[in-house]
Design a protein around this ligand. Sequence first.
Ligand SMILES: [Fe+2]
Ligand SMILES: [Fe+2]
Length: 280
Amino acid sequence: MLLAISDLHVSHAANRLLVESLRPTTPNDWLLLAGDIAEQESDFTWVISTLSQRFAQVVWTPGNHELWCTPKDPLKLPGVLRYEHLVNICRKYNVLTPEDEFCRYHMGDGSAVTIAPVFTLYDYSFRNTFDYTADQAIERARRCGVISSDEFFLKTYPHKSIIDWCRERIQYTEKRLNIIPDDEDIILMSHFPIIRKPLESLRNTEFSIWCGSEKTHQWASRKGVRMVVYGHLHIPNIEYIQNIIHIEVSLGYPRDWQEHRKCSYLVELDGLLEHANEYR
Ligand SMILES: [Fe+2]
Ligand SMILES: [Fe+2]
């Protein structure tokens, strides 16, 4: 089975307990981890080592929280250095990242799908209007009482800004997506939604500026893309948009998931893909 979850946020004790209980249903199950596992390196390593021992293959892409550099954090690595450090931890446990070759997952019906983890951040372009600049959009959100903690903790070294880092990541990702053969089915796996539509569910749409980039929009209509798996909003959801399944697989903070208790928080993707195949 191909399973997915994001936003484990294991600094919360209840979430850590829940992660301890996550188990595959068969020895062949794969797990996609779509970011926001933890802020601290020790928590991150615990999740990666624990889950990689249980699942046949784990694939990870970072969220914004893994990249936080808080004043009390013993790991003094900012921006790209921090990301590379986390990639190296994943490699120790054979967990695939956006820096590795895309892998193919074989489904029960004999078909295969390419799993493409992407890491693109955001560039404030999901703002309500381009009548104002990114800085003005942040200021406007702040005045509405909304500010992402990324503004304090997410360091972008050596890039001057998150806009620059996001641009570089999008160029890198586009090159990688372009070499996937046209006849391969693809699951894009990103922490951030790649289109605007899911942002309509936000309680305060001013938060949209911290949720992705307009420049990833065309990836949803790229040949072969069947599904986009994402997190970040903490609003689990599934939508079919132009024959593509956009599915948010986030767990979220205890207040997000404890109200809607389920037997499993792992989202099964095979069934959704096979069901969609029937209507192609
Ligand atoms: Fe999150
Ligand atoms: Fe996030």
